[in-house]
Structures are given as C-alpha cells and as structure tokens.
Design a protein around this ligand. Structure first.
Ligand SMILES: NC(=O)c1ccc[n+]([C@@H]2O[C@H](COP(=O)([O-])OP(=O)(O)OC[C@H]3O[C@@H](n4cnc5c(N)ncnc54)[C@H](OP(=O)(O)O)[C@@H]3O)[C@@H](O)[C@H]2O)c1
Length: 385
C-alpha cells in the first residue's frame, strides 16, 4: 500500500489522481491533500478519502476549513505548510500537481525529504531545473514525470542505457489554433483559447497549449529531467495525439509510447511504477483511428515556442524570466486585460530587459522571478486594451 500526498488535489491532475487512488484502494491510500483556496472541493475530498493532513495556501480559506472540519484533521497553511506536507515522513509518494512556479519549493522539499516524486508541475523544472536536477542526483531521488510526453519518454527509456539515446522526439497536438495565422489570432477569445481539441486541462496549461509555449516549457523540462542536450530534443506536431512521444536509439530503433489521449494513463503509471496496474483505458482501435500525421511546429505564427527555445539555449536565469512573464501574461489574458497576441510581446520584452545571472541559487531565482513579474506587469499596463 503506497501512502500518497497530492499537492494540488483540487486541480485537473489532482482530481484525476484522486480517481486513480479510488480505483485501486488496495494499492493506494491518500495521506495528504492540498489546495490554494478551493476548500469546498477539498472538504469533499477529505470526507471521501479521509487523509490524515491537508494544506491550504490561502490563510482565510485555511481558517474556514479548520472551522468546518473541526479538530478531526490537521490543516497546514501557507507555503510553509505546503513544504511541510511535501516532506512528511509518513507518505511514500508525493504527486506535485500544483500549477506554476509555486510548485518549485514543494518539489525541492519533497526531494530533500527523500520522497518518491510524481512530477506534473513542469514549471519546477523550467524555473529551477539546475537546482532540482542537481538535488535529484545528490539524493538519488526517484522522480517519475506525469506530463504525458515525459511520462512516455520515461517509459521508452526503461531498460535502456543513456549512451544509446540519439534523440528525444516530443509530440504535440498543435493546440486549438493550429493552422491559423497571426492576424487571425488577434481577436481570439478566452473561451476559444481554452477549448483544446484533445485534452481537458487546467486553464493555465490550456493557454500554454494554444500559444505553443507548452511545447517550449516541455523541451526545457525534458532537458533537465533526462539530462539531454537541447540539440537532441526535437518537437513534432502530431494532431491526433495518440503517440505521446518517442526516443531514437543509436542502432536506428525508435520507441514510441501510444495510448488514448487521457492523463489518467500517465498518472496511474507514475503512481504504480515500476509495476503496471489494470485500467479501463484499453482497446485503442487503430483501424478506427485511420491516419497519423506529422508536421513541423509553426514558429512564425506562434512566437512563444521560439521564445522558449531561445531562453533555453541562453540558459542561466532566462528560463525563470520566461516562465514568470508567461504566468503574468496568461493571468492578464484570462482577465481579458490583454489580447492573445500580447502574450509573446510581454514575454519577449521582459526577456530583453533581463540581465542574466547564474541559476544555481534559489535566492537569486526568487529575486529574478520577482523582478520579471513586476516588469511583465508594467508591460501589461501599457498593453491593456
Ligand atoms: N491538466 C493536465 O492535463 C496537465 C497535463 C500535463 C501537465 N500538467 C501540469 O500539471 C500542473 C497542474 O496543472 P492542472 O491543469 O492540474 O492545473 P489546475 O487545474 O489549475 O490545478 C492547480 C492546482 O494547484 C493549486 N494551486 C494553484 N495555485 C497554487 C499556488 N500558488 N500554490 C499552491 N497551490 C496552488 C490549485 O488549487 P485551487 O483549486 O484551490 O486553486 C489546484 O489544486 C501544471 O504544472 C501543468 O503544466 C497538467
């Protein structure tokens, strides 16, 4: 029986993780849960799963939850509460399903405490890749990626030697605006941008998929997770989203991971690794699927992808600045303050104003993030419609 802590249990990945735990009650038990402030859902999850401890980021929401659940369960609060929850010795596996760079501190806390980590929070690796990958090596931590592409690559790499890998091929659906030109993207609405053709996800990653920033963040995530140079990571658009990624080996063999477009497959694998458990998500009918197609990512009409690759190549604190400016720009777009095409403008101008530093110090990263958010907010005011 694995005791599981889910950070961000009220989100898209978090709720699907809860489903997996409920599907395999003899294998998994929810030990800890967390939310930012959605305590209505958190309370339901507490009643259903009976965890021993929860954490709530928002102080007022934590106070209200304590009032509702009485003394029956410990409620931790704030970022310190999240870090404590991530490192409690009673849990065997921590699932980090928090969105954004807020996930970095809990990622570090979980690895430092020697936890097995199922990592959905890609921003941890984008912002703190150097620190987190060094910590993983130092602690010999087991980190299983949840992101479908990285989970696919992780599965392809099982039983293979690192020297045999020639390249990683990350696939992407192309998002809801694939095939559109920049002029056509000028007036797209929040609703259109959130309507992903293949995946049902949280709002932030849905917008990242629409701008293609998501693929750029995933390239950085793959670089740090698998220790592979950027020039050996390729991205190909595969609109059917059945091949979740591929790895080419030096003898010319290419391994691919295929399956339904459903996050419960990689989540379950991350929970059950190294075993496989049964699932209703079997029976993919290839003759029904028809064709698989592939094309190059569109760098001209989706500038966020190239911005991410440039930040990745420039390294140091550029990826942290890219991420912070992106988070601010997306929040402003979701609030309908700026247009969809303002997102890359905000990011590129923030990057252009940045004086890079080494990214191996958490204090420096935090300060750089703070600066980048402030800079991006200034630009948002200038670009507000
Ligand atoms: N969704 C997918 O299919 C998918 C696929 C691949 C990778 N991922 C990655 O998985 C992560 C989670 O994505 P998601 O789509 O599940 O996000 P989501 O639906 O927005 O859920 C985010 C979760 O994190 C909590 N949270 C938000 N801000 C927080 C903060 N500042 N501090 C602590 N907790 C916070 C939320 O609590 P409240 O509910 O209280 O706000 C919620 O529980 C992201 O890094 C994303 O890139 C997601």
């Amino acid at each position: 029986m694995k005791r599981v802590t889910i950070l961000g249990s009220t989100g898209s990945i978090g709720r699907q993780t809860v489903e997996i735990i409920k599907r395999h009650p003899k294998r998994f038990k929810a030990f800890g849960l967390s939310a930012r402030k959605n305590i209505d859902l958190l309370e339901e999850q507490i009643i259903e799963l009976r965890p021993q401890i929860v954490a709530v980021l928002d102080e007022a929401a934590a106070t209200e939850l304590r009032r509702r659940v009485g003394g029956k369960i410990r409620v931790l609060v704030g970022i310190e509460g999240l870090k404590e929850l991530a490192s409690l010795f009673e849990s065997d596996l921590v699932v980090n399903a928090i969105v954004g760079s807020a996930g970095l501190d809990p990622t570090i806390a979980a690895i430092e405490a020697g936890k097995e980590l199922a990592l959905a929070n890609k921003e941890s690796m984008v912002v703190g890749g150097e620190i987190v990958s060094a910590l993983i090596r130092k602690k010999k931590a087991r980190v299983i990626p949840v992101d479908s592409e990285h989970n696919a690559i992780f599965q392809c790499l099982q039983g293979e030697g690192p020297d045999d890998v020639v390249r990683i091929i990350l696939t992407g659906s192309g998002g809801p605006f694939r095939g559109k030109r920049l002029e056509e993207l000028r007036d797209v609405t929040v609703e259109e941008a959130l309507a992903h053709p293949r995946w049902k996800m949280g709002k932030k990653i849905s917008i990242d998929s629409a701008t293609l920033m998501n693929k750029g963040l995933e390239v950085i995530e793959a670089h740090f997770l698998f220790g592979i140079d950027y020039d050996r990571i390729e991205v190909v658009i595969h609109p059917q989203s059945i091949i979740h990624s591929m790895v080419e080996f030096r003898d010319g063999s290419i391994k691919a991971h295929l399956g339904w477009t459903d996050m419960r497959i990689p989540i379950q694998y991350a929970l059950s690794f190294p075993e496989r458990l049964s699932s209703p998500l079997i029976g993919l009918d290839f003759s029904e699927l028809g064709q698989f197609t592939f094309e190059k990512p569109d760098l001209v009409n989706f500038p966020c992808f190239e911005l991410a690759l440039q930040a990745a190549r420039d390294g140091r604190t550029y990826p942290a600045v890219l991420n912070a400016a992106n988070e601010e720009a997306i929040a402003a777009f979701l609030e309908r303050r700026v247009s969809f095409i303002a997102i890359p403008q905000i990011i590129s101008r923030t990057l252009a104003a940045h004086s890079p530093q080494n990214a191996d110090d958490l204090g420096v990263l935090k300060e750089v993030e703070r600066w980048a958010r402030e800079k991006a907010r200034e630009l948002i005011v200038l670009l507000t419609r």
